[in-house]
Design a protein around this ligand. Structure first.
Ligand code: PLP
Length: 324
């Protein structure tokens, strides 16, 4: 396939990050398999250290740093920030995560607990971004982006290798989409070995920049709205280099979900699978439940993360009113 990333890069990433990550666990879902009269398997990647798959891409990037670099930096308070902080500590590399004053205390603590320095700058993501750029330009740091980078995409793609190894006759895979690094890597790993696998991207109706961009035929910005799937928020970058094209070329369909549908996915995971998921982690299950996606004969549903505020989770489970 004609991308700057090849299957070999994903295979090399797997060897590189192998000692540092937890292998993917895939199990059959009796409840969903029975409901849809076909085999539905759950890929439990929320079991990954730091609670989400982003460790794969961050680790693959940190392990390939230029030895001259001072350290690594990113503007992220979510799963990418955690993953980078953890990876940097493993590799013995300094890490500064930049964020705005608006970041909640618990997120700040989570990043600090992983050993990273946090730098609180200004009242917006943009101001934090300026500080991260300054670290790169003036202090020799390397910025590790959350999705639009070959090392990150190859790292996330290792999930595709593990899926195919464990389930060689898989025909459909449900993967969440935000910036598109996750689905691009997985799709490349799967389709270069098994071109007929169907890749379904799942996101939320409230502000899916990738879906809007694909519709427009070029990267565009959308208004960011609060959503239960907060880890799927954010833009794809107007200067997107890789994931816009990869999603266009390898993702067969994109399904968008309402907030109520995402909440139903979180509840199903909890009551039927005994699994606690964040909104973004639950959208695959949610998409099946809505009937918006028809499963194949053998379908893998990726559960990508579990980092949800437990008070919010409790309210969703109890069907109480909640604020995002
Ligand atoms: C980041 C993230 C995604 C989306 O990954 P992209 O590479 O940005 O598309 C999905 N689920 C969780 C839990 C995440 O943290």
């Amino acid at each position: 396939m004609s991308t700057p990333i090849q299957l070999e890069d994903i295979q090399a990433a797997r060897t590189r990050i192998g000692p540092h990550i937890i292998p993917l666990r895939i199990t059959s879902s009796p409840s969903l398999s029975e409901q849809f009269s076909c085999e539905i398997l759950l890929a439990h990647e929320y079991l990954q250290t730091t609670g989400a798959f982003k460790l794969r891409g961050a680790m693959n990037s940190v392990l390939q740093l230029d030895p001259e670099t001072t350290g690594v930096t990113a503007v992220s308070t979510g799963n990418h920030g955690r993953a980078l902080a953890y990876s940097a500590r493993q590799a013995g590399v300094p890490c500064i995560i930049c964020m705005s004053e608006l970041v909640p205390e618990n997120k700040l603590k989570a990043i600090r607990a992983l050993g990273a320095e946090t730098r609180i700058i200004g009242k917006s993501q943009d101001e934090a971004e300026v500080e991260a750029r300054r670290l790169v330009d003036e202090e020799g740091y390397t910025m590790i982006p959350p999705f639009d980078h070959p090392h990150v995409i190859a790292g996330q793609g290792t999930l595709g290798l593990e899926m195919l190894e464990q389930v060689p006759d898989v025909d459909t895979v449900l993967v969440q989409i935000s910036g598109g690094g996750l689905v691009s890597g997985i799709a490349l790993a799967l389709k270069s070995q098994k071109p007929n696998v169907r890749i379904v991207g799942i996101s939320m109706e409230r502000g899916c920049a990738m879906a809007a961009s694909q519709h427009a035929g070029k990267p565009i910005e959308v208004e960011e709205l609060p959503t239960l799937a907060d880890s799927l928020g954010g833009g794809i970058g107007l200067d997107n280099e890789l994931t816009f094209d990869m999603v266009r070329d390898y993702v067969d369909e994109i399904i968008l979900l309402t907030e109520d549908e995402i909440a139903a996915g979180i509840r199903h995971a909890y009551f039927e699978e005994q699994v606690i998921l964040e909104g973004g982690g639950a959208v695959g299950i949610a998409a099946l439940l809505t009937g918006k996606v028809t499963p194949g004969t053998k379908t893998i549903v990726l559960l990508s993360g579990k980092n949800i505020d437990m008070e919010l989770h409790r309210k969703i489970i109890n069907q109480e009113a909640y604020e995002r």
